[in-house]
Design a protein around this ligand. Structure first.
Ligand code: GTQ
Ligand code: FE2
Length: 365
């Protein structure tokens, strides 16, 4: 039987070491390890089980930002810097376990962007794809690939990879939206490029509403050839998505784990609206408590309407409109809505699905 030592002198079982490794033989191997180290070689058996883990070990933690607490900082940022000076005036939501890395989960970025009346965010393009989910304000626009869309709260807007985009606010109130980007996925593969457009705005090549007219009614122009992996619809207005979600709720019983959850789709393929970020809208009717659920996509949730409580592992978070939550990979969670609620969600699920490793578990429904 192994003698178990306690106290400060107990030998530390290195994290990830294969359990069949005889620790008492390790001191005799140190001289070999050092010579190997000199040639940039390292023994796998000391790290294998930390590399190939038995279950997901997300480096991000469950977290919540209360909009009531964050909003004053956005307003203060407006006094500190203009959009012109900042290029994009954004406060980055950094996961408490990943500070300094501009990550809300290990794979995704989340920021809150604020643009004041009269401001213009200059055109640029990049390999990273972006989503916008509008939090407050109305009648500011974003232009994507030469077409403008006017945005209001609850709208979901896509900026596909390498499309020119600029933003402007021609209303009389600040506009705030959530930015979700995949630049950490792009950067993991060192595939990032960025260009600035050599003018204050990018020329408009199509009238506002052209994309919605061509692709927004379950109809496609007959000879349409996809020009991009992203949905050609780049604004999914809340007016329409909210109505669809509530019509679904009137027509069918709620799912035990999801309540009413609908994904944003690309009408050309039927697949997710974006090639690298999954997005959806979820309605939780008043009083509904979802059954415990977990999946391998670390998820960002934005509260659109209503209030409630979410249990993530052994933590409980109470939420209000515009609050933002993080659910790490494979952590069991369930929601309880105090009143009719709507949540917007985004994650890297679509990437994991394409690579064949997305998993979910529906627990005692
Ligand atoms: O609005 O174009 O939060 O390029 C991060 C990178 C916003 C944007 C962000 C971006 C943008
Ligand atoms: Fe951008």
């Amino acid at each position: 039987m192994k003698h178990i030592e306690h106290g400060q002198d107990a030998p530390q079982q290195p994290l990830g070491i294969v359990p069949t490794v005889d620790l008492s033989a390790e001191p005799g191997r140190q001289e070999f390890y050092q010579r190997a180290d000199g040639k940039s070689l390292a023994p796998l058996w000391r790290v294998l089980h930390g590399l190939v883990t038995a279950t997901p070990q997300p480096p991000c933690t469950a977290a919540q930002w209360k909009y009531r607490e964050v909003r004053p900082f956005l307003m203060e940022a407006c006094e500190q810097i203009s959009t012109a000076e900042a290029e994009r005036r954004v406060l980055v939501l950094e996961n408490p376990s990943l500070r300094g890395q501009s990550r809300i989960t290990q794979s995704l970025f989340c920021g809150l962007q604020i643009i004041l009346p009269g401001e213009v965010a200059p055109p640029h393009r990049h390999v990273a794809s972006a989503l916008r989910f509008i939090v407050e304000g109305r009648d500011a626009y974003t232009a994507v690939g030469g077409e403008r869309t006017t945005m209001e709260a609850g709208d979901f807007v896509i900026t596909p990879s390498m499309t020119w985009h600029d933003h402007g606010n021609e209303s009389d109130a600040p506009m705030v939206w959530v930015d979700g980007l995949d630049m950490h996925i792009v950067n993991m593969m060192a595939a990032s490029f960025r260009d600035s457009y050599p003018a204050a705005t990018h020329p408009l090549v199509r009238p506002e509403g052209a994309a919605a007219a061509e692709f927004g009614s379950n109809l496609l122009p007959i000879d349409h050839q996809p020009g991009s992996l992203a949905s050609p619809i780049f604004n999914y207005p809340y007016r329409a998505t909210r109505e669809a979600l509530h019509r679904y709720a009137r027509a069918a019983a709620p799912d035990a784990w999801h309540g009413y959850k609908m994904k944003y789709i690309n009408p050309v393929t039927g697949g997710w609206a974006m090639p690298t970020i999954s997005t959806w809208l979820q309605h939780l009717p008043k009083g509904l408590k979802t059954a415990p659920y977990r999946a391998t996509d670390s998820t960002v949730l934005v509260v659109v309407e209503g209030s409630g409580t979410t249990r993530i592992g052994d933590q409980h978070f109470s939420w209000q409109p515009h609050d933002i939550l993080v659910i790490p990979s494979w952590v069991e969670h369930q929601h309880c809505a105090d009143g009719d609620a709507v949540l917007f969600g985004y994650s890297d699920r679509v990437v994991q699905e394409k690579l064949g490793f997305w998993r979910e578990e529906k627990i005692n429904g």
